[in-house]
Ligand binder design. Structure first.
Ligand code: F6P
Length: 478
């Protein structure tokens, strides 16, 4: 590979470094955005033919953000980390004042040693030398490195500054934060050296809330993680978002404890549909109640019926259909135990990865709903009415749930979940609408062995309508 520039260059086949450049921009020379020298870092300069090996495909990834203040770096960093962690990677944001320091690099090394794989350094890294430090570090340690440079259009910058001023104003009201931020920007702007393509793989993001003006370009991006990051950055970050989630009203299958299928609502399920409509702008609702701008359901009857009285544009989306239980579709948990006891036990052993024969796993579902979550995040005021397993996967994104815990998230029937964004965080409000219904939540039994007794396998199966009264547990809501 040809290294013609005075910077370390990363190629698709590995690393390529230029002696002069690497030494000229040694770690000790690194300057932060405030014009201060950062501490010397124990990083050997990457040299050509110095025996550096190509980075293994699954090597950890360091992502370095670049950009002046208020360009959307932190929001995007956390959005990327949330998404990657949701999809089973182990990502963390390392917030730094201006530039990564020796301590940051030590922390990142320790983080990777613990088995984690994506470190996002959220800082300005305005100068080439401050970035070179990280490029050298990654070359030396055999980590992948990706730069993400952020800029904003004028409107977006104004809004970002307003948000930042509001945030700091809550902390200290005696400071003119707006002036301080503007002065800081003016001071730092002349020092900013935009990323050059020769600095290695990079994504540039020009932030705008308007999708027509939000733009992203990529160079040298490779592998599934970097491609996922690119996908996450491709849609604008919407500042304030509210989403409404609900399972369909109780179905005729729920009442009988049967899974899957395309049953209609039970009478109690229809009552819930009315109650939900009253909550969200339908007949009988208060004038100031929230009104969803978009209504998304699965293609199944029970979700479409649940939103029938809620006003607003709607779409039935296949990706919101319930988990496909394959050979177990339409059975009760008791019947699954009777016909396929081994499958039932295997599912209890690893519910996240277990795939029903001819059906799906939670892992498959996460993949399936990824595009729905991406589409949601590009909107606000969306009502999603779907199913237990699918909503578990979607709520896991907002709650930051680890993959193995996803199949056990409690998403009860007849309950509205309202998710609101707060900066890069989300809060979930649970609103039970007080219409009686069965409980469909089955916790993991203690005994998950394939040789367990039927009684052990069925201990945590929730009661349903045809369960003998002596075995019934109370319904969830009355
Ligand atoms: O019981 C209702 C239901 O939506 C079924 O259709 C589906 O198979 C099940 O929930 C998913 O929940 P779990 O993964 O806990 O079996």
């Amino acid at each position: 590979m040809n290294c013609t520039d005075t910077h370390v260059v990363s190629s698709s086949s590995g690393h390529c470094a230029n002696d002069a450049a690497a030494e000229a921009v040694s770690a000790a020379d690194a300057e932060d955005g405030n014009g201060q020298r950062s501490r010397s870092v124990p990083v050997a300069a990457a040299k050509p033919n110095s025996g550096l090996k190509p980075c293994p495909l699954r090597a950890p990834l360091v992502v370095t953000t670049v950009g002046l203040p208020c360009r959307g770096k932190s929001l995007a960093s956390h959005k990327v980390a949330r998404h990657l962690s949701w999809r089973g990677e182990s990502a963390k944001v390392f917030n730094v004042e201006s530039n990564a320091t020796a301590d940051t690099l030590h922390e990142i090394s320790a983080f990777f040693k613990e088995g984690n794989n994506v470190a996002i350094i959220d800082g300005m890294h305005l100068t080439r030398s401050s970035r070179q430090l990280l490029i050298n570090f990654c070359a030396e340690q055999l980590f992948h490195h990706l730069l993400i440079e952020f800029s904003c259009n004028d409107q977006c910058l104004r809004e970002n500054i307003d948000d930042t001023v509001k945030f700091y104003h809550q902390l200290d009201q005696n400071i003119d934060w707006e002036r301080r931020i503007k002065e800081n920007n003016e001071r730092l702007t002349p020092r900013f050296e935009p990323c050059s393509p020769l600095e290695g793989p990079m994504i540039t993001v020009n932030n705008s809330e308007d999708p027509m003006f939000h733009s992203v370009t990529a160079r040298g991006v490779r592998g599934s993680i970097q491609t996922n990051i690119l996908g996450v950055l491709a849609s604008p970050v919407i500042r304030q978002q509210t989403f409404y989630f609900s399972r369909h009203g109780e179905s005729e299958f729920n009442v009988l404890g049967r899974i899957g299928g395309d049953a209609d609502l039970s009478p109690r399920g229809m009552k819930y549909a009315e109650r939900l409509a009253r909550q969200l702008g339908g007949p009988g609702s208060a004038p100031d109640c929230p009104k969803p701008k978009l209504i998304w359901t699965s293609e199944l009857r029970r979700t479409i019926r649940t939103v029938q009285n809620i006003p607003g544009p709607r779409a039935a989306i296949k990706d919101l259909n319930e988990i496909n239980a394959g050979i177990c579709e339409g059975l009760t948990y008791e019947e699954i135990q009777e016909r396929f006891p081994q499958e039932f036990a295997w599912r209890d052993q690893d519910k996240f990865k277990y795939r029903y024969p001819h059906g799906e796993s939670y892992l498959d579902l996460l993949q399936r709903v990824d595009s729905v979550v991406q589409a949601l995040l590009a909107n606000t005021d969306v009502l999603v009415v779907s199913h237990q397993a699918v909503l578990r996967c979607i709520m896991a994104y907002f709650k930051g749930t680890k993959p193995d815990d996803v199949p056990y998230i409690n998403v009860p029937l007849h309950t509205l979940l309202i998710v609101r964004s707060y900066g890069y965080d989300f809060k979930v409000e649970t609103v039970p609408l007080k219409v009686e219904c069965v409980d469909t939540y089955r916790i993991q039994p203690k005994n998950c062995s394939t040789s367990r007794t039927t009684a052990d396998a069925l201990t945590t199966v929730p009661a349903h309508f045809d369960t003998p009264l002596s075995q019934q547990m109370p319904t969830t809501i009355s």
